[in-house]
Design a protein around this ligand. Structure first.
Ligand code: NAD
Length: 259
């Protein structure tokens, strides 16, 4: 198995893409620390990881709080006996025309999507250095990190920022053998898209489900993306086959954005 005996931390692991990534990394052989704000959801995913015969631990944290992220990393090492991979997956979306966005909304999404990712990058790099070994840092970007999307302008700005952090961190940490990459999904049928669709419907008057359907119709491969689709790329980025890849924000969207 590609990452047997490795220890991975996944944020936003309580549901959706994070849950899919955690289960895939466990199947690949890793022990997994599951981090989220939702304690109950974490316990359910931990039980799924253990059912695969792998070790799981949970840590309730808000990733926008730097201290909590550092503590999650420290706890991973204490409880699972190592620290090799971090997946900075947790994030939120926000649907709002640019003309209506408030300072509070900008502050909230920047704190979670941008600062939360930065604290994860920092804390992981520091721990790899302390442990004197290489490591993998993997960040959640998006198609919205490559193109700005109408009504998702601030969300897009946060994901462009994640791409910038991914490139800068890759350059800063390359000499230590740490690779830093990002995955850029398209339209994944998770709780996040249920919320996005609902907000579009409130703002534009489109029937519920219509916006999601419209976006899915634009996918060349003809179906919505699943968390497993995303997890397959993260599995590659977490394993030794990607040792020569760094600073990339890789699109996995079924054919929406082409770079
Ligand atoms: N769903 C998509 O279509 C899509 C597409 C591209 C990128 N993404 C990105 O993938 C990541 C996961 O998305 P998802 O669709 O699984 O979302 P989701 O809303 O279904 O799940 C996100 C999880 O993150 C947790 N979370 C949110 N804020 C947190 C915080 N401050 N601290 C700790 N945990 C927090 C939530 O509790 C939840 O369990 C996000 O970064 C998102 O921007 C999603």
């Amino acid at each position: 198995m590609a990452i047997e005996n490795k220890v991975a931390l996944v944020t936003g692991a309580g549901q959706g893409i994070g849950r899919g990534i955690a289960l895939r990394l466990a199947k690949d052989g890793a022990s997994v620390m599951l981090v989220d704000m939702k304690a109950d959801a974490l316990e359910a995913v931990a039980a799924e990881v253990r059912a695969l015969g792998r070790k799981a631990a949970t840590f309730v944290a808000d990733i926008s709080d730097r201290e909590q992220v550092y503590e999650a990393v420290a706890q991973t090492e204490r409880e699972l006996g190592g620290f090799d991979i971090i997946v900075n997956n947790a994030g939120i979306a926000q649907v709002q025309p640019l003309s209506d966005v408030t300072p509070e909304e900008v502050d909230r999404i920047m704190r979670i999507n941008v600062q939360g990712t930065l604290w994860g990058i920092q804390a992981a790099a520091k721990k790899f250095e302390e442990r004197k070994h290489k490591g993998k840092i993997i960040n959640a970007c998006s198609i919205a990190g490559h193109d700005g999307f109408a009504m998702l302008g601030i969300y897009s700005a946060t994901k462009f920022a994640v791409r910038a952090l991914t490139q800068a961190a890759a350059k800063e940490y390359a000499s230590r053998g740490i690779t830093v990459n990002a995955y850029c999904p398209g339209i994944v049928g998770t709780g996040m898209w249920t919320e996005i669709d609902k907000r579009f419907s409130e703002i534009t008057g489109a029937p519920v489900g219509e916006t999601y359907k419209k976006y899915v119709e634009g996918i060349a491969l003809g179906r919505p993306e699943t968390p497993d689709d995303v997890a397959s790329l993260v599995s590659y980025l977490a394993g030794p086959d990607s040792d020569y890849v760094t600073g990339q924000a890789i699109l996995i969207d079924g054919g929406i954005v082409y770079r």
